[in-house]
Design a protein around this ligand. Structure first.
Ligand code: PGA
Length: 253
């Protein structure tokens, strides 16, 4: 089964209008890079999503939100629904990011509701899972991730309406990454769990790695068996870095 890899950028709380110049530079770079073989997604802050997604000059990049609630609307100051992300031009939405699980106390049951709402709105949820360092140190990372994943998944599972991102909490923004062997083992465990729930269709689900992906380590990490792309934080803010990741991992250059 061939899965088209994904290079996805999570801008977190970074970026104002002038930073859309970076998106333009990324788009230009992708246009020049004739042989890159991946889908490219940027998830800017909610305030920039519509401007980015509706700009016809950004024709090589798809856009997504960084969160959505499970409810369609209501008294949730500061939040947005999946329909709102879709309406702003998003095609994807990151949910279950460890920063939201930790900082907003979003549980896996909550993430599941978000995933259901995202799919209902026609968005593809990028569901993040990741273990804290002490869980990895205790040798319990795989069991932890499989449980977190299974509790976070929506009931309706199909390869084109679901993306998973494995992001060890201790690797996010730290410059540290797991070994290629650990990444391979985790991606195998995640796919095995998906296969248990959706059968052979799990072969089509793209499972990304995220956490300190940079141009310098992209080829190695993206080359790991079972890794179908990257969810990139810091290195997605500057076109040079993000293009460097795509160039290193997804071109023959
Ligand atoms: P990082 O973030 O690439 O800056 O480590 C990844 C993420 O949080 O998605």
């Amino acid at each position: 089964m061939t899965r088209t890899p994904i290079a996805a950028g999570n801008w977190k709380m970074h970026g104002i209008s002038t930073d859309l110049e970076q998106v333009q530079a990324m788009n230009n770079g992708l246009t020049d890079m004739s042989d890159y073989a991946c889908d490219v997604i940027i998830c800017p802050p909610a305030t920039l999503l519509h401007r980015a997604a509706s700009n016809p000059a950004f024709d090589r990049i798809a856009f997504g939100g960084q969160s959505c609630r499970g409810e369609q609307n209501g008294a949730f100051t500061g939040d947005q629904s999946a329909d709102m992300v879709k309406d702003a031009g998003g095609e994807y939405v990151i949910i279950g990011h460890s920063e939201r699980r930790a900082g907003w106390l979003e549980t896996s049951a909550f993430v599941k509701q978000q995933a259901v709402a995202a799919q209902k709105a026609g968005l593809v949820p990028i569901i993040c899972v990741g273990e804290p360092e002490e869980v990895r140190d205790a040798g319990e990372a795989e069991a932890y991730i499989v449980e977190q994943l299974e509790m976070s998944l929506p009931d309706s599972l199909s390869a084109d309406s679901l993306i998973i991102a494995y992001e060890p909490v201790w690797a996010i923004g730290t410059g540290r990454t797991p070994t290629a062997e650990d990444v391979a083992a985790m991606h195998t465990a995640i796919r095995a769990s998906l296969t248990g729930q959706m059968g052979v269709a799990a072969d089509g689900v793209r499972i990304l790695y995220g956490g300190s992906v940079k141009p310098a380590n992209a080829a190695e990490l993206m080359g790991v068996d079972g890794v179908d792309g990257a969810l990139v934080g810091g290195a997605s803010l500057k076109s040079e870095d993000f293009l460097g990741i795509i160039r290193a991992a997804y071109t023959s250059a």
